[in-house]
Structure formats: structure tokens, C-alpha cells
Ligand binder design. Structure first.
Ligand code: NDP
Ligand code: HSE
Length: 446
């Protein structure tokens, strides 16, 4: 049997993910040691309440509430506490003491990533974070290493399991958003205690900032990520999308763009969008995640799997642990985060995409021509239009009981800028022949 030197591993947090990391590490320690070329000794687990029930049976003597003392003398620190503080301070302390750090904390990385990467670089340590985006799915290492020789054009990601679960239930069984959210919360997918981190797109925006920074070698701050959640998506929109051959997905989009002034930059955005039913992302059901990458040389790639879950996410953390241990064995400084491109971050107004707009209009001669004129006046080209006459009972309240018949128009556009689209919608809302602009959804993945 090979005798390895031991590396001291300190774990901060033993919740959904941390307890599984500890359990797997204790169970598979010798096997991981063979892969890493070093013994991995779990020296302690810092938590708030050492007496609390855990999802795995763990030795009581490992638990402590003194995280600061635990990280002193550790070779590798695994942070799975979540939140900004004390996670940030503890990670900085660990890095400054020369330890490598592994974290799954997307909120912290999206908010304080540059500070943490700088601290790691200063002392030649390494910060690993495979679990921070899309749970078990290997996506950080493929972007940072496997695709380092390519140029990424675009990433379309389903990176939030809760919202994908909700939209999928709305699409497949016609469940309401509220009912599907209640089920997602029951199943433990949604952020606790407040699922608005999922439904309003905050969680996806954090992951988008991390992905865009890696893909484009540029620091993309969280507040530069344009964000819309799913709370305004209606069953009617999901049904209409289905009829038109689309499915509604909350997408994380990271894109290399050239704006109207010829400036090349990065767009990072999160919003619910229509995806064609034959796109690989349309087949991502339930709480699963997927990241679809369009690269210049490699072409299209898709990474698919569990985006959350204790044991699933623990797999990504332990992969980082083996990498960190190998680095300790080989020696030498950690690799700095690559931000050499330093591209400008473009606002949402620089984006061009296609749109699907649903309108309730007066059903009278000349109305279609008037609406077509509004689109053309704002430089938005109509690609497809379908019309259906509404039964009186579902007409907008203001014109119910009136004798004016109304119709529903669903208008698909060619590519148009966000600015042109916003001006068109404003003109439509002001028009006498339009009762309501019922919905505006972007179309992606064509
Ligand atoms: P949990 O809330 O389940 O667990 C957090 C753990 O950290 C608990 O053991 C808690 O202790 C401990 N803790 C929290 N604050 C402190 C503190 N101030 N001092 C000491 N211990 C503290 O979180 P998860 O396991 O779900 O998530 C951990 C991280 O992994 C987060 O950053 C999350 O975003 C990320 N992640 C989670 C995924 C998932 O599926 N859950 C997927 C991908 C990433 P105690 O138990 O005593 O309260
Ligand atoms: N609430 C998150 C989700 C957990 O639904 O994807 C994983 O980050």
C-alpha cells in the first residue's frame, strides 16, 4: 500500500451539500487519496449548531462552532455555508494563510469574486468553484480549461432548477405558477426561506455573471447582468407558445456582441424566452439544468444534468478537492483567473433578438395596416402574424359589453434591437386600435 502525505481538509458547513461532502469523503477517502496522490484528512466541520440533525451520519467529534480556529493550519478549506458573511471573511483568511479554497457559493463569487481571486493570486493559492454553477454539471472546468483554446460566441443556459421545474409543469400539465412553486419548495429545489431568489432570476443572474466572466475572460459584475424573472409568465403565454412550436424557459444568456457603434463587448442577461421545441434546451425537463455553448471552433456543445441536490453537488465539490490535492502534491502557484480580455459590458439596449408580441386589438377594417405601420415606423420587421377573434367573454373588461369586436394578434418579428422593440411597444400601447399589449417575449435559440 502506498503511503501518502496527509492534507488537512477543513469543512465549513454541513447542510444539504456539506453533510454529503463529509460523508463521501469519509467513505471514499482511500480511493480519493489514490486519485489525488495525497491523503485527505477531514480535520473538522464548522457549523452553527453542532447538535443539529444532519442528512448523513457524521462523527460528533468533528463538529465545532469555531470556524476561524478550524481553518488555521488547514491545507484545503471547503466553504459550504452559503451567504456573503462570514463566508467572505473566512475564505480570505484561509487564502491568506496559503490554503486552497473550494466553494459552491455563487452569491459570494458573483458579488466579491474579484476580491477573492485577487487574494488567491497574491499568495499563489487557488480558488475552486465547480459547484457554484449548475450543481453537479461540469461546466467551470470545461470553460476554464477544455475550451481555453477556443472563442466562445454564446452561452444559453438553464441554470435554475426551480424555475425550470415551474415552467415545465406549466407547459406539460398546465399547472399554475403558484402551485408549481409550492411543489418545487416542497421538493427542496427552491431557495429558503424566500424563493424569490429563484423566481425573480437573482440566482440565475449570479450564475450568469460567473459564466460570462469565465467565457469572455472579463470581469462581469452582478449588477451588469440584466434580469427579469418568471413571475409575470402566464399560463396563457405558455399555452400560446406551445401552439406556436415554442417552450418558455428562463435563460441565462452570455454573448459576445458588437453594438450599433461597432463596440465589441459582452452581454449578460436573464429572462424568460421562447425556445423552439426542437432546440436541445427545450428537452430539459423538471429541475434539471443544461448549458448550451456555441464556440467558434468546437461548434455547439451541451452540458446537462442535476443543477442542485446535496449528493449531486457534493460530486462537483469532491472533484475540486482532488484537483486541489493534486496541485499541493505537484507544488507551484495556483493559476490566476483569466480576465485579460477586459471587454466592455454592454447594456440590454445593445441586444438584438426576435420577439413575439401578443395584442388584443379592435377587429375592424384598416387595423392590421395601422399596426403594420407602427412596426415599420420603428424599424421592426414583422416575420409572422396570426389572428384569432376573441369570444366576448374573454375580451378585456373595458370593451366587454360594448359592441366593438376584438381580435388577438400574435406577431413574430425578425431580429430587432431592444430599443426599437421598446419604442414599438410604447407606440402600440398608445394606439387607439390596440386594447392591450398582452405579452412581449423574446425568442432565443433560432
Ligand atoms: P445549507 O443552508 O443547507 O447549509 C449551510 C450550512 O452552513 C449549515 O450546516 C449551517 O450550519 C452552516 N452555517 C451557516 N452559517 C454559518 C455560520 N455563520 N457559522 C458556521 N456555520 C454556518 O446550504 P446548502 O448546503 O444548500 O448550500 C451550501 C452552498 O452550496 C451555498 O453557497 C449554496 O448556494 C451552494 N449550492 C447549493 C446547492 C444545493 O443544491 N443545495 C447547489 C449548488 C450550490 P447549521 O447546520 O448548524 O445551521
Ligand atoms: N435554488 C437553486 C435552483 C439551487 O433551483 O437551481 C441550486 O443553485
Amino acid at each position: 500500500m502506498i503511503e501518502y502525505r496527509n492534507l488537512r481538509v477543513a469543512l465549513l458547513g454541513a447542510g444539504s451539500v456539506g453533510a454529503q461532502v463529509a460523508s463521501l469523503l469519509l467513505e471514499h477517502g482511500p480511493e480519493l487519496a489514490n486519485r489525488a496522490g495525497a491523503g485527505l484528512e477531514l480535520v473538522g466541520i464548522a457549523v452553527r449548531d453542532p447538535e443539529a440533525q444532519r442528512t448523513a451520519e457524521l462523527p460528533a467529534e468533528l463538529f465545532t462552532t469555531d470556524a476561524e480556529s478550524l481553518i488555521l493550519g488547514a491545507d484545503i478549506v471547503i466553504e459550504l455555508m452559503g451567504g456573503l458573511e462570514p463566508a467572505r471573511t473566512l475564505i480570505l483568511q484561509a487564502l491568506n494563510s496559503g490554503a486552497d479554497v473550494i466553494t459552491g457559493n455563487k452569491a459570494l463569487l458573483a458579488t466579491h469574486g474579484p476580491e477573492l481571486f485577487e487574494a488567491a493570486e497574491q499568495v499563489g493559492a487557488q480558488l475552486y468553484y465547480e459547484a457554484a454553477v449548475a450543481g453537479a454539471i461540469p461546466i467551470i472546468r470545461p470553460l476554464r480549461d477544455s475550451l481555453a483554446g477556443d472563442r466562445i460566441k454564446r452561452i444559453l443556459g438553464i441554470v435554475n432548477g426551480t424555475t425550470n421545474f415551474i415552467l415545465d409543469r406549466m407547459d406539460t400539465v398546465g399547472e399554475s405558477l403558484e402551485a408549481a412553486l409550492a411543489t418545487a419548495t416542497e421538493l427542496g429545489y427552491a431557495e429558503k426561506p424566500d424563493p424569490s431568489a429563484d423566481t425573480e432570476g437573482f440566482d440565475a443572474a449570479q450564475k450568469t455573471a460567473i459564466l460570462a466572466s469565465l467565457a469572455f475572460h472579463t470581469t462581469v459584475p452582478l449588477d451588469a447582468v440584466y434580469r427579469e424573472g418568471i413571475t409575470k409568465v402566464t399560463l396563457e403565454e405558455v399555452e400560446a407558445a406551445k401552439k406556436a412550436g415554442y417552450v418558455v424557459k428562463l435563460l441565462a444568456i452570455c454573448e459576445r456582441l458588437t453594438d450599433a457603434d461597432g463596440v465589441e463587448g459582452v452581454s449578460a442577461r436573464v429572462y424568460p424566452a421562447l425556445v423552439p421545441r426542437d432546440h436541445p434546451l427545450a428537452a430539459v425537463h423538471g429541475a434539471k439544468n443544461a448549458v448550451f455553448i456555441e464556440a467558434e471552433a468546437a461548434g455547439d456543445l451541451m452540458f446537462y444534468g442535476a443543477g442542485a441536490g446535496g449528493i449531486e453537488t457534493a460530486s462537483a465539490v469532491l472533484g475540486d478537492l482532488v484537483s486541489a490535492a493534486r496541485r499541493h502534491v505537484i507544488g507551484g502557484p495556483g493559476v490566476a483567473e483569466s480576465t485579460h480580455a477586459n471587454l466592455p459590458i454592454l447594456p440590454i439596449t445593445a441586444v438584438t433578438t426576435r420577439y413575439q408580441i401578443t395584442l388584443s386589438v379592435v377587429d375592424a377594417p384598416g387595423v392590421l395596416a395601422e399596426i403594420a405601420t407602427l412596426f415599420s415606423e420603428h424599424g421592426v420587421s414583422v416575420e409572422a402574424l396570426t389572428q384569432s377573434v376573441q369570444p366576448q367573454s374573454v375580451q378585456p373588461h373595458a370593451i366587454q359589453n360594448s359592441t366593438t369586436p376584438t381580435a388577438t394578434l400574435v406577431i413574430g418579428t425578425h431580429e430587432a434591437s431592444e430599443a426599437a422593440l421598446a419604442a414599438t411597444v410604447e407606440a402600440l400601447e398608445a394606439s387607439d386600435v390596440v386594447s392591450t399589449v398582452t405579452s412581449v417575449l423574446r425568442v432565443e435559440g433560432l
